[in-house]
Design a protein around this ligand. Structure first.
Ligand code: S3P
Length: 458
C-alpha cells in the first residue's frame, strides 16, 4: 500500500518517460529490418522490455538492454519561466537492434507480459512467415484481453491462427502465405490497424484497412519512413508488400499519456506550475489536451517542432485553483471521434470531472472495458471510494462534479493507469489516498513516484 497525501504545488520541469506506443513499434520495425538500427529514447519500462525480449526470441540482436527513463527537476517558489533546457533529446539512451529481416523471425514462445500492444501487433508480422510457428501468452490480465479482433481479419488474409475459446490468449500462429484484403474495422483500433499493416507487408497484393474513426498513426509514419509503400486514402490506409525495410534510426518523444497524469495533477493542485518537455503531440494523441481545455484548463504549447516524423512540443500548465477543492473547471461531454484520440486518458478526464462544476458525460467508450482492466468499472470504483459521484454506463461514465474528492483507499487492479490515477487523486484530495498495487505503474512509468515526489519538493 502506498499513501499519497494532499500536497503543495508541483513546480518544475519534467521529461516524462518515452512513448510506449512508439517504442513498441520501433523495436518491432527495427527487428523487421536488416542490419543494426539505433533507437534513441526507447522506453525503459516493463511493457517495452517485453517487446525487447520478444524480438530477441525471434532472433534479433539487442545491443544494450536499457532505454530511457524520465527526468524531473524541481524548481523553487521563485521560479517563473521556461525550463533550464528544452532540448532533451540527449536524455534518451540509445539502444541498437540488429534486425532479422522481414522474412527472418525464428519460431519461438513469446511472453508478452502485460503488453496488449505487443500481443496485437506482433502476430501481424508472424502470420505471413511460411513454415514458422509461434505462441504468444502473457500475464493474468493479458489472458483477458481479446485477440479475436486480429484473428478474424488476419484469417481473411489467409492466416492460420488459434486462440483460446476463439478469442483469448494464448494465441498460436502458424505462418503461411497471405493475400491482401480489404478490411473495414468495426472499432477504431490502432492496434488492429497496425497488425494488419504489418501483415500487409508480407501479403500478395494490396491490403486496405478502413478505419471508422482516426486512431493513432505512428505505425503509418514509421513504415513510410522505412520505405514501405503505404498511403492514406480517405478513411483507409493502403499498404503494398515489401521486399525489405530501409534501416532508419528512430527517436522516441515523451509519452503524452504519461505526461497527462502530471498535467491533471498540476491543474488540480493549487499553485502548481509545470513544464513538460519533449512531449509527442501527434494530433491522433492530443484528445486529452482538447478535452481539458474545453473544461477550462490553459495549456500552453511552446517550441513545436518535428523529430523523426512526429510532432513534439513543450507543454506548460498552471493550476486553476488556489484553494484546494473548488477548481473553476467545467463539466463537458466527450464522445465520438474524440474517444480514440484520448482513449488512455479518459480515466484522468473522469478524475478532473470530479473537481469540475456540473456534469461530465463520457460516451462511445466501450473499448475502456477491454483495457488493462475494465476501466469503466475500475475508474468508477476508485473515484466512488474517494467520494466521487460517478455512474457507470455501458459505454462510459457520468460524473457529477463534487467540488473535489475526500480521499480514501483504492485498488489498482494491476492496471498502471489506475494506480497513477489514485496517486494524482491523493495529491488533490482533502484527506489523501492509499493505493493498493502501486507497483503496477512500472508497466509504463517506473519512476512515477519519484518524479511526483521531486516535483512537490518532498
Ligand atoms: C495502442 C492503442 C490503443 C491504446 C493502447 C496502445 C497502440 O489501443 O489504448 O494503450 O499502441 O496502438 P487500441 O488501438 O486497441 O484502442
Amino acid at each position: 500500500m502506498t499513501r499519497f497525501d494532499p500536497s503543495g504545488p508541483l513546480r518544475g520541469w519534467l521529461r516524462p518517460p518515452s512513448d510506449k506506443s512508439i517504442s513498441h513499434r520501433a523495436a518491432l520495425i527495427a527487428a523487421m529490418g536488416e542490419g543494426e538500427i539505433e533507437i534513441t529514447g526507447f522506453l525503459d519500462a516493463a511493457d517495452t522490455r517485453s517487446t525487447l525480449a520478444a524480438v530477441e526470441a525471434l532472433g534479433a540482436g539487442v545491443r544494450t538492454g536499457t532505454g530511457s527513463r524520465s527526468v524531473a527537476v524541481s524548481m523553487g517558489p521563485e521560479w517563473d519561466g521556461p525550463p533550464p533546457t528544452a532540448d532533451t533529446q540527449d536524455l534518451g539512451l540509445v539502444i541498437a537492434i540488429r534486425g532479422v529481416g522481414l522474412r527472418g523471425p525464428r519460431p519461438a514462445q513469446i511472453d508478452v507480459g502485460n503488453a496488449g500492444t505487443l500481443l496485437r501487433l506482433l502476430p501481424g508480422w508472424l502470420a505471413g512467415q511460411e513454415g514458422g510457428e509461434w505462441t504468444l501468452d502473457g500475464d493474468e490480465s493479458i489472458r483477458r484481453r481479446p485477440v479475436d479482433r486480429i484473428v478474424a481479419p488476419l484469417r481473411r488474409m489467409g492466416a492460420n491462427l488459434h486462440a483460446r475459446e476463439e478469442r483469448l490468449p494464448p494465441l498460436h500462429v502458424e505462418g503461411t502465405a497471405l493475400h491482401g484484403a480489404v478490411y473495414e474495422m468495426p472499432i477504431a483500433s490502432a492496434q488492429v490497424k497496425s497488425c494488419l499493416l504489418f501483415a500487409g507487408l508480407l501479403a500478395g497484393g494490396q491490403t486496405r484497412v478502413v478505419e471508422p474513426l482516426p486512431s493513432r498513426d505512428h505505425t503509418e509514419r514509421m513504415l513510410a519512413a522505412a520505405g514501405a509503400a503505404i498511403d492514406r486514402d480517405g478513411d483507409a490506409v493502403v499498404i503494398r508488400p515489401a521486399e525489405r525495410l530501409e534501416p532508419i534510426a528512430f527517436s522516441v518523444p515523451a509519452d503524452i499519456s504519461s505526461a497527462a497524469f502530471f498535467l491533471v495533477a498540476a491543474l488540480l493542485v493549487g499553485g502548481s506550475d509545470l513544464v513538460l518537455v519533449d512531449i509527442g503531440v501527434n494530433p491522433t494523441r492530443t484528445g486529452v489536451l482538447a478535452i481539458l481545455e474545453r473544461m477550462g484548463a490553459k495549456i500552453e504549447r511552446l517550441m513545436e517542432h518535428e523529430v523523426g516524423g512526429e510532432p513534439i512540443a513543450l507543454l506548460r500548465v498552471r493550476s486553476l485553483q488556489r484553494d484546494r477543492g473548488s477548481a473553476p473547471l467545467r463539466g463537458t461531454e466527450v464522445g465520438g471521434a474524440e474517444i480514440p484520440l484520448a482513449i488512455d486518458e479518459l480515466p484522468l478526464v473522469a478524475l478532473a470531472a470530479c473537481f469540475a462544476e456540473g456534469t461530465t458525460v463520457i460516451r462511445d467508450a466501450e473499448e475502456l472495458r477491454r483495457k488493462e482492466s475494465d476501466r469503466i468499472e475500475t475508474v468508477t470504483a476508485a473515484l466512488r471510494a474517494l467520494g466521487g459521484r460517478v455512474e457507470p454506463t455501458e459505454d462510459g461514465m457520468v460524473i457529477e462534479g463534487s467540488g473535489g474528492l475526500r480521499g480514501g483507499s483504492i485498488d489498482s487492479h494491476g492496471d498502471h493507469r489506475i494506480a497513477m490515477l489514485g496517486a494524482v487523486a491523493g495529491l488533490a484530495s482533502r484527506e489523501g489516498v492509499e493505493v493498493h498495487g502501486m507497483e503496477a505503474a512500472a508497466v509504463s512509468y517506473p519512476g512515477f513516484e519519484a518524479d511526483l515526489a521531486a516535483l512537490i519538493g518532498r
